[in-house]
Design a binder for this molecule. Sequence first.
Ligand code: 4NP
Length: 165
Amino acid sequence: MRFLSYIQDLTMKKVLFVCLGNICRSPGAEAVFNAMIRKNGLGDELQCDSAGMAAYHVGERADYRMRQFGLKRGYNLTSISRSFDPGHDFDRFDYVIGMDRQNVRDLRSVARNENDRKKIYMMTEFCISKRHESVPDPYYGGDAGFELVLDILEDACVGLIARIK
Ligand code: 4NP
C-alpha cells in the first residue's frame, strides 16, 4: 500500500501558482485549476497549491472580491495565504508558475540552481485562445480587473493541463 502511494506520488504532477500577495491571482488560479482537475477526473495525476512572494497577507483568506467573482463562475476559493518557500517549494513542485514578470523575476532570484530555474514559468505562456503579456494585478483596480484575471486563468489552465498531459 505504501509502495502504491509512493508510485502515485512519482507520477503525480504538482503545480504551484505564485503571485505577490497570494490573495487574488494565485488563489484564483488554484481554484480554477482544481475545478478543471475535478471536471476532467485528473485527481490522481495533478495537484496544485498557491503562494505569494510577499508576506503582507499571510494567514488571510483570499480577497473577498476575488472570492465573489470566483463564486459567480462556480469556483470556491478556500486557500489561506502563505509565502513562497524556496527551500521546500522548488523541491515539492514540478511547475512553479508566476502571474506576472515581477513574480517570475522574484522566483528566479531565489532559485537555488538550474534545476529550480527550469521549473519557473509565466502563467500566460499557457494561454491558448488569448494573448496576454501577464495576469495583471487586480488589487487596486475595479471589478473588470477581477473578471479579466478569471478570463486569463481559465484560458491558461486549459493550456496548462494540455501541456502537462
Ligand atoms: P495578488 O494581489 O498578488 O494577486 O494576491 C495583490 C494583493 C495584495 C497586494 C498586492 C497585490 N498588496 O499590495 O497588498
